[in-house]
Ligand binder design. Sequence first.
Ligand SMILES: Cc1cc2nc3c(=O)[nH]c(=O)nc-3n(C[C@H](O)[C@H](O)[C@H](O)COP(=O)(O)OP(=O)(O)OC[C@H]3O[C@@H](n4cnc5c(N)ncnc54)[C@H](O)[C@@H]3O)c2cc1C
Length: 355
Amino acid sequence: MTDVHVLEDKSHFHGVWVFLEHRRQGLRDVSVQLIGEGRRISDLRNTVLTGVLLGNRVDVLATYALGYGLDRVIVVDDPLLEIYRSRPYAQVMAQLIRRHKPEIVLYGASKNGRDLGGRLHAILETGLAADCVKFDIDAEGNLDMIRPSFGGKSLAHILCKKHRPQMASVRRNVFIAPPHDPSRTGEVVHESVELGPSDVDATLVDFQEFVREGGLRPEEADVVVSGGYGLRDPKAFAMLQELADLLGGAIAASRKAVDSGWVPKMLQVGQTGMTVRPKLYLAVGISGAVQHLAGMQESKKIVVINIDPKAPLFEIADYGIVGDLFEVVPEMIGQLKVLKAGASGARTAVPAAAH
Ligand SMILES: Cc1cc2nc3c(=O)[nH]c(=O)nc-3n(C[C@H](O)[C@H](O)[C@H](O)COP(=O)(O)OP(=O)(O)OC[C@H]3O[C@@H](n4cnc5c(N)ncnc54)[C@H](O)[C@@H]3O)c2cc1C
């Protein structure tokens, strides 16, 4: 085994790679978003941006991925790579990285991306900065990997100065997806990598996709109605769901609401939950702790309903309603129903003091 970081001078490493995750012949959102950020970083480094696509019969997807801004896509096509499995994916990626020596590798901080990055940093003996929210290039050309620290109260700048590649993961919705340009061309390179039975650590018996009840996921919704500890009771989330349904959106929650057992963890927004960037984020009974902000502050419009005019979330709100959520939300629901019914003379203002 070759320890690239020990034997190789770091000047031998070139290019930015994005590990491309896919499902049902489509790229995962986080991978597309990473292509956009990878493009920016590779332009700053004046180097080539490569997507790495492992799978079974993924050629069409490789060509399509170029349209998001990649210069080339490395494809490893093998039936053993049909679905993500830790050992074969880590084995293939390690071989490719040793062969091509990229200076930077970016992963989505999805379940699979976290698993893969974590394994690879151990195999390749290099660093991995998890859950980065920003990147920069320092004066020496190192990737400045910026992530929240101290419970989200500060940002840490992580540099991997001695080892290569520099590796980082990023959660979904931290970066904006670039537009797809079907006329963009690039190279699709097929690589073969040795894979044997010993590289397969799990046998696929059956594949059943988990379908979340209640439809729309907060990460995908244009409107997110998010509830906090101010709701006092899990039953109050039914009221938020009704409001979200009327707005064609999804519900989400603060960690305190999740920790209270009112809603499942998969609805948590924030530093230790998901990041959302909806067109409208309606925060109901949420104070605005910095860890919550980390997951929603990039929303296009933020509307806050809180009984306390000093609640910190008002500071980043586009519209604030100071009032009791148990009065404001039913009033909103009532008015939306009237509007939906197309009744003339519908009241349009929420009768709570504007902040
Ligand atoms: C390492 C770490 C990671 C964390 N990660 C996350 C994370 O990912 N996401 C997250 O959300 N938090 C996270 N937290 C927790 C965070 O610090 C806060 O504790 C949490 O966000 C508070 O949730 P909340 O706003 O719902 O509750 P509170 O802070 O208790 O706020 C409740 C709000 O409801 C208002 N209210 C009460 N009654 C009413 C009413 N009748 N009408 C209107 N308003 C009312 C109150 O005025 C108050 O502002 C993390 C903390 C740490 C240390």
